[in-house]
Design a protein around this ligand. Structure first.
Ligand code: CAA
Length: 241
């Protein structure tokens, strides 16, 4: 795969594993990160992957960053919308800010990152868009009305765009990871994680970021040309749809 790929949230957690896996497959990768300069610097030094600082909740910033990437590397052929945050709270305690932040970063980002490159993909007759949704967008999750709503919205976005892109050589798919061993999941209170979440996973363990990255390289490959609008679950058997 000698394609040009952009990965949002691409320097940490699942996104870092995705960036590395795409590079290992031969892609030229641009990894976008929001604000952790130190982690991005270390990631770049370790992998040699180019990093770009960009707030995915801002349309103008995304459009400008994608323009820079296209000028420096070339037209984006693979886009992995991976960036996401949690602001977990029981709904009776959830603030408008917790709701808005999750919507902006997890859902509005899909428009902000995809729209600026969509016409180019249509014109060239090729594109691979992979969106990292979540098991919690499929089944809901207490404490995550904001996150689950955004992640369910992501699936609607994918299915709609898949229909628009189908005749233009663009595939659009979602991956729904279960609980993966990243900082995000480790931020869940240990007691909740061990007593309420782990027992629900038939495999009896958290997933590894690389297990999600392999789903991405599969869907992003030229060969995955007849798969679009799909929702690929990778959750250790926790939820089957
Ligand atoms: N499943 C079942 N029960 C849960 C639960 C869960 N995931 N999370 C909380 N509860 C229960 C608690 O055990 C508690 O029950 P009891 O009153 O019987 O003891 C009750 O709900 C209230 O919980 P807390 O006392 O912890 O209330 P809180 O207000 O202090 O915190 C919370 C609530 C913020 C939701 C916190 O419990 C929490 O962070 N839960 C985890 C939510 C979660 O699963 N987030 C996923 C993050 S990872 C991710 O999002 C990646 C992905 O895509 C999968």
């Amino acid at each position: 795969m000698t394609r040009i790929a952009v990965v949002t949230g691409g320097t940490r957690g699942i996104g870092a594993a995705i960036s590395k896996a795409l590079k290992a497959k031969g892609c030229t990768v641009a990894a976008i990160y929001a604000g952790n300069d130190e982690a991005a610097k270390a990631f770049k030094a370790e992998t040699g992957i180019a990093v770009y600082k960009c707030d995915v909740s801002s349309y103008d910033t995304c459009a400008a960053t994608l323009k820079t990437i296209e000028a420096e590397i070339g037209p984006v052929e693979i886009l992995v919308n991976n960036a996401g945050i949690t602001r977990d709270a029981m709904f009776h305690k959830m603030t408008p800010q917790q709701w808005q932040e999750v919507m902006s970063t997890n859902l509005n980002s899909l428009f902000n990152m995809t729209q600026p490159i969509w016409s180019g993909m249509r014109d060239r007759g090729f594109g691979r868009i992979v969106c990292i949704s979540s098991i919690n967008g499929q089944k809901g999750q207490m404490g995550q009305a904001n996150y689950a709503a955004a992640k369910a919205g992501e699936i609607g976005f994918v299915k709609s765009l898949a229909q628009e892109g189908a005749a233009k050589g663009i595939t659009v798919n979602a991956i729904c990871p279960g609980y993966i061993a990243t900082e995000m999941v480790m931020a869940v209170p240990q007691e909740v994680r061990e007593k309420r979440i782990l027992p629900l996973i038939p495999m009896g363990r958290l997933g590894e970021p690389e297990e999600i990255a392999r789903c991405v390289t599969f869907l992003a490959a030229d060969d995955a040309s007849f798969i679009t609008g799909a929702t690929l679950s990778a959750n250790g058997g926790q939820y089957m749809v």
